[in-house]
Design a protein around this ligand. Sequence first.
Ligand code: ADE
Length: 249
Amino acid sequence: MTFAATVLTLYPEMFPGPLGQSLAGRALGEGLWSLAVRSIRDWATDKHKSVDDTPAGGGPGMVLRADVVAAAVDGVANTTPVIALTPRGAPLTQAKVRSLAAGPGVTLLCGRFEGFDERLFEARAIEQVSIGDYILSGGEVAALVLLDACVRLLPGVMGAASSGVEESFESGLLEHPHYTRPPEWEGLAIPEVLRSGDHAKIAAWRSAQSERDTRLRRPDLWEAYARVHRPLARGKNNNARSGEPEEDT
Ligand code: ADE
């Protein structure tokens, strides 16, 4: 089954953009996913083709009209979930990406200006998703991010390059660091264990690195992980049971 992506935007030329390249681009060419891009302006009804208006109650900027955007959503009617990209949405997670990628596709609604007239979300079943706590100039880049994350999980897209399960976030931890040739560069050597050929030792080292880096860089992820995997160590020294060194090595 082809993963069907539909994008509603005021800037259709922004697509496929980077998704026309590399793995996603090849997969698009091979029909592993499809992309339909439509301009929201096609559903404007007045002679100026207006899609936005001033905010009720006053204030800066412009708001996307619910009637025009709803007509666009209805106009592309399909069976895929509809997601509006907005900094007011629920944070995008790998779990959400995985669940979307396992489905029939997605219809993405790209906001601009101050956002959407809120009544849109009362009148239609539209989820709101954010790609992070920062403000983009519009939802298009966020839509590209969401699609990229989904497409790489589709069967046949990554080939043998990844099973998907060892990567950052799939396990709830950041992935371990990687190294490649040359064995020494600018006086920096690849950690000895990686040259030992001892696969069990390498796996243990990688797992310890994953835990250490997650604990140091993403205490939020570590807290959630440790609650399940390190219940006895929580609140004490989370490092005590994992056996890895405290400092960067
Ligand atoms: N539009 C503007 N900023 C955004 C964000 N952080 N996530 C999703 N859509 C956006």
